[in-house]
Design a protein around this ligand. Structure first.
Ligand SMILES: [Ca+2]
Ligand SMILES: [Ca+2]
Length: 302
């Protein structure tokens, strides 16, 4: 019975590691935040892009909850790349810069929203890489909840103005009658590098969501217009905008995962896994893996 359990654990872990080596360029999982979770959230991908706690308007960073495997985020704090790796990893240029320059990517956020102000008083930033000295006229890309409607999620890319830009909005009306409050939700965005609406898709719990509104005008900009910037990736908060005290997300954040490819609908559904997304193994599980590997080695030799 014990051997069966170990084999199952090993099989799951081998599959997880194999898939993560192929295409994941950022993986921060609060189930395994690293040795210093109060200050650093370790990246499990080969990018080595560790995040630092950002105190923001709250004055203290997100609080790690080991038992729950999440970070307790507030509206005014978050995480930012701490310089362990180059910010260019997440520049995600588009074909507006030049034919063939576009960079495909996909992102997952798995979280449990614990508060929502509504009334447009919060932007609920989830993941973004933007200049922080131009306010809403930023260069870069931004993904988050919509401050007006608890069921909406918005992804945007822009090159220094918020008129000629890509804006992809979804509204999850089915399945979550009260919005996504108080439930575990896997949000996903995929983009093919074209900078177009057609090249973008968002999912809620592995299902493509309805799109009530859009802007598809990034391509109106001159060739050479770039979304690039030299800011670090941020998760859960941005330091610009009219009300930085409320620009974050009041959520329990489980993980953020970034791929360098466009995940298919099947890939996204598999990541949701019927409501049990695979988490990065905790150190205790890794010890179990080592034990399992040792048993396999011993059995092969005997
Ligand atoms: Ca909170
Ligand atoms: Ca850059």
């Amino acid at each position: 019975m014990k051997r069966v359990t170990l084999s199952l654990v090993c099989g799951v872990l081998v599959g997880f590691v194999a898939s993560s080596q192929a295409a994941i360029i950022g993986l921060w999982d609060a189930a395994a935040p690293g040795a210093d979770p109060a200050n650093t959230w370790v990246d499990h991908s080969s990018s080595g892009y560790n995040l630092g706690s950002e105190a923001g308007d709250v004055g203290t960073g997100p609080v790690h909850n080991a038992a729950g495997g999440y970070y307790d985020m507030e509206l005014g704090n978050g995480f930012v790349g701490n310089g362990d790796a180059s910010e260019t990893i997440f520049d995600f240029e588009t074909d507006v810069f030049g034919a063939g320059a576009g960079t495909p990517f996909s992102m997952h956020v798995y979280k449990h929203r614990t508060g929502f102000l509504g009334g447009g008083t919060t932007g609920e930033n989830m993941v973004g890489k933007t200049t922080d000295n131009q306010g809403g006229q930023f260069n870069g890309w931004l993904w988050g909840g919509n401050g007006d409607n608890a069921q909406r999620f918005d992804f945007s890319m822009q090159v220094g103005n918020n008129s000629e830009r890509l804006y992809h909005r979804v509204q999850d009306d089915a399945g979550h009658a009260s919005g996504i409050n108080d439930v575990d939700v896997l949000l996903t965005v995929t983009h093919d590098g074209t900078g177009t609406h057609a090249g973008t898709q968002q999912y809620v719990n592995g299902v493509a969501a309805a799109q009530p509104w859009q802007l598809d005008t990034l391509g109106l900009n001159d060739e050479g217009s770039t979304v690039q910037n030299d800011s670090h990736l941020r998760i859960g908060w941005q330091p610009w905008g009219g009300n930085t005290a409320n620009s974050g997300t009041d959520s329990n954040l489980y993980f953020v995962e970034i791929h360098d490819t466009v995940l298919s609908a099947e890939d996204v559904a598999a990541r949701w896994n019927g409501g049990s997304p695979v988490r990065v193994p905790e150190p205790a599980s890794l010890a179990l893996l080592a034990l399992g590997g040792g048993l396999l080695w011993w059995r092969r030799r005997s």
